[in-house]
Ligand binder design. Structure first.
Ligand code: PLP
Length: 419
């Protein structure tokens, strides 16, 4: 595709209308209209989400699952309806398989502590990849340290795609668990998790998908990915911070011991022992993040109303445009797959030997918010032989005009640093 053939207006979304839904976008930063390109870290919230949280606190708030009074009924209904909305968005038919968490990190730790502690023994192997986020590395390191299990890693190729040629050798009868990011937050690479899950199952391993970056960007039908667990974060998909979920196959969740103990997760408590509530409450101890759940439910409604396929088409179009335009900037190295359809949401880059923090500071002066650093992927940065990258990441309200502003600012940055 060349610039002459690539339309700058996305055919999929009415961008002006979408942007009007996000109040925060309508402001100047450092004297320039804000361009928010830090969506892989966290996304902005539409008025529908902000209003749903405000409405709960103004009209319907009380604790859930406990009271017989009207407000507790209303809060419980809003909370459980939200579970249904998010489950439906992700294709999850059995709401018992949907556990509220405060995000991907908590979901992955839940698996490591409960399933891991019950099933992993000394000498067992856990397969991860060098591109994984610290949230999908450290919980397994801790589990391996507690149990004597061994961690093994899939490498990447020159374009930042998983090197699957080693997969058959890495998967053995010792492999008990495989955990891989669906989309890399540092490279944007979309990983073939369904193919990996099939191979993991063939050796009897359990498959975990870190869905932090795919739940926001891909029209994922979670159960049909073929995995056993899928963890995601609400704040990366227009929802509030501290909201998120973990999907697990019912029979796997049923067989797992609880995570936290406390109120709401029990059936019957005696002084010395307890029996536990049915799924999903068994994994939801204590007063939950009620407003977070309600906000994420509103975010799910919002994303469904825009259309998951339309968001994907819009982002694909934008990624093709961004990759083409960024290639115009001399001295820039772009990481990740060259094929725009093989990546999602993220463009990571370095400019000569300028530290990415300095690039991000210049861009901030132009009103453009990007991330610079290791993106919680220190092993990947070492694998790429860079201390850090600058990362522009898109969402449904991003447009080709944002990319144009980024490119202009990168030309300015080159001039500032004497390129
Ligand atoms: N996994 C990936 C791929 C991520 O991008 C992130 C967040 O950036 C996480 C896990 C952790 O998500 P959270 O901090 O919302 O728990």
């Amino acid at each position: 595709m060349t610039l002459s053939t690539l339309e700058t207006a996305s055919p999929a979304l009415d961008l002006e209308r979408i942007r009007a839904d996000f109040p925060i976008l309508d402001q100047e930063v450092n004297g320039h209209p804000l361009v928010y390109l830090d969506n892989a870290a966290s996304t902005q919230k539409p008025a529908a989400v902000i209003d749903a949280i405000g409405h709960l606190y103004r009209h319907d708030y009380a604790n859930v699952h406990r009271g017989v009074h009207e407000l507790s009924h209303r809060a419980t209904e809003a909370y459980e309806q939200a579970r249904g909305k998010v489950a439906r968005l992700l294709g999850i038919g059995d709401e018992g398989e949907f556990v509220w968490t405060k995000g991907t990190t908590e979901g992955l730790n839940l698996i490591a502590y409960t399933w891991g502690q019950a099933n992993i023994r000394a000498g067992d192997e856990i397969l991860l990849s060098v591109m994984d986020h610290h949230s999908n590395l450290v919980p397994w390191q801790l589990l391996a340290q507690r149990t004597g299990a061994k961690l093994r890693f899939l490498d990447i190729d020159g374009e930042g795609r998983l090197d699957l040629s080693a997969l058959d050798d890495l998967l053995t009868e010792r492999t008990k668990l495989v955990s891989i990011a669906h989309i890399s937050n540092a490279l944007g690479t979309i990983n073939p998790v369904t193919e990996i899950a099939a191979k993991a199952h063939a050796v009897g391993a359990v498959m975990v998908v870190d869905g932090a970056q795919s739940a926001p960007h891909l029209p994922v039908d979670v159960p049909s990915l073929g995995a056993d667990f899928y963890a995601f974060s609400g704040h990366k998909m227009c929802g509030p911070t501290g909201s998120g979920g973990l999907w697990g196959r019912r029979e796997v969740l049923e067989a797992m011991p609880p995570f936290h103990g406390g109120g709401d997760m029990i059936d019957f408590v005696e002084l010395e022992s307890s029996t536990y509530a049915p799924l999903p409450l068994k994994f939801e101890a204590g007063t939950p993040n009620i407003a977070g759940a309600v906000g994420l439910g509103a975010a799910a409604d919002y994303l469904a109303s825009v259309g998951r396929e339309a968001i994907l088409a819009h982002e694909r179009h934008l990624m093709a445009y961004a990759l083409e335009r960024i290639a115009e900037v001399p001295d820039l190295t772009v990481y990740g797959p060259r094929d725009p359809a093989a990546r999602s949401g993220v463009v990571s880059f370095t400019l000569g030997d300028v530290h990415p923090h300095d690039i991000a500071t210049i861009l901030d002066g132009e009103g453009i918010a990007v991330r610079a650093g290791h993106h919680c992927c220190q092993p990947l940065m070492r694998r790429l032989c860079v201390p850090a990258t600058a990362r522009a990441s898109f969402y449904l309200y991003s447009g080709t005009d944002d990319v144009d502003r980024l490119i202009d600012a990168l030309h300015k940055a080159r001039a500032v640093f004497g390129y």
